[in-house]
Design a protein around this ligand. Structure first.
Ligand code: ATP
Length: 370
């Protein structure tokens, strides 16, 4: 059996108008979501935003207050958990300590009297590159290896959809990064649909092809990782995915090509296609690595924005880059990441500077950050 045939092809998942109320608390306000078959989809958000509840609804461990859940086009809203083509990998691996790795993986198949349980368990273990440890007990494995056994056990019965609830949360940082790459490779090999829940933005961005950022029971923005990073639509997304410099001001003018915004005595331009609002009070953002420091006021230019002068109030060196914090009157503080090219920090604390960024890298938000 080839690796690709090992698991059944992934199925798409559709959540239509889902609401979930608990007594006295609405965990999911309204959720519409379609995850295409074979994709690696991450639900990303802070603690309490409703990620796990969404996963439990898909798994059939909770019932929605309203709305429908379809897997591979089939309505499973009223279907019991064990009848759904879904498996879950949790942070706690929940392996049976008295059984070998092989028995752990084969357990579910044997219990349901599915033929060739051991053959299929070996195949799943080969997929996670652990077949050589099939006779060991879980306690004789490292954390990362136990995680892979849990993964093998979750795919051995060929689900169409795999749910991952912070599966790497118990691992140390280095191992977590390694497992992120491994999980992604395994997902690509088996072609299953993965729905991964995490509060770790770096994890979501490295692994998933699509990320949905959740906040207070609703999805704020969804897209490819680079798309979300380059063009966040709300202040929540701009701050949750990496760092952003946000400035609020009034729109002074707009054309089909761009809007201009008055900020701290300067006029800042944002391409119209990158601005959610084109009039009134708006918040403009730019990522710290897109900003450069200047020692002198630059000549006027239509392709760069400039704010200043301000003063450098903090410099922190971190190997590949240096972070500068610049205080600019009326604009607040601006964070600048500069790549270190070998000559060390170019400006020290207290120095007068201007900050500048290419117009094409700015973005205008849909809400106003005060
Ligand atoms: P975390 O990352 O901390 O696990 P989460 O985003 O997964 O957070 P959920 O576990 O989905 O969040 O919970 C969403 C909200 O619903 C939380 O405020 C939680 O307190 C609430 N909630 C969850 N289960 C119940 C329940 N059975 N009864 C009442 N409220 C609940």
């Amino acid at each position: 059996m080839s690796v690709r045939e090992f698991a059944e092809r992934g199925a798409d998942l559709e959540l239509a108008g889902i609401q979930k109320r608990f007594p006295g608390f609405t965990a999911i306000e309204h959720l519409d979501l379609t995850i295409p078959a074979g994709s690696f989809f991450a639900l990303l958000g802070p603690s309490g935003c409703g990620k796990t509840t969404t996963l439990r609804l898909v798994a059939g461990l909770e019932e929605p207050t309203s709305g429908r859940i379809l897997i591979g086009g089939r309505d499973v809203t009223g279907t019991k958990a064990h009848e759904r083509p879904v498996n879950t990998v949790f942070q706690s691996y929940a392996l049976f300590p008295h059984m070998s790795v092989l028995e752990n993986v084969a357990f579910g198949l044997k219990r349901r009297r599915i033929g060739d349980a051991l053959g299929r368990a070996h195949e799943a273990l080969r997929l996670v590159e652990l077949d050589h440890l099939a006779q060991r007990r879980p306690a004789q494995l490292s954390g990362g290896q136990q995680q892979r056994v849990a993964l093998a056990r979750a795919i051995v019965n060929r689900p169409a959809l795999l749910l991952l609830d912070e599966p790497l949360g118990a691992l140390d940082l280095k191992l977590r990064r390694q497992m992120q790459l491994e999980l992604k490779t395994i997902q690509e090999e088996v072609g299953l649909t993965f729905l991964h829940v995490t509060h770790d933005q770096e994890e979501a961005m490295t692994m998933a092809d699509t990320v949905a950022v959740m906040n207070k029971g609703a999805i704020e923005q969804m897209g490819a990782p680079a798309e979300l990073y380059e063009l966040p639509r709300t202040s929540f997304v701009a701050n949750f995915l990496g760092q952003s410099n946000l400035f609020t001001g009034n729109v002074a003018g707009s054309t089909d090509a761009a809007i201009s915004v008055d900020i701290a005595g300067a006029r800042v331009t944002v391409p119209a296609a990158r601005a959610q609002r084109h009039k009134g009070r708006v918040t403009v953002g730019v990522r710290p690595e897109k900003v450069t420091l200047l020692r002198e006021a630059p000549a006027a230019s239509s392709d760069r924005n400039v704010l200043g002068p301000g003063r450098v109030i903090d410099v922190s060196f971190s190997g590949v880059s240096t972070q500068y914090i610049v205080a600019i009157p009326d604009a607040g503080t601006v964070t600048v990441f500069a790549q270190n090219t070998g000559s060390g920090p170019v400006v020290g604390e207290g120095v007068e500077v201007w900050v500048s960024w290419p117009v094409e890298h700015g973005f205008g938000l849909d809400d106003v950050a005060e």
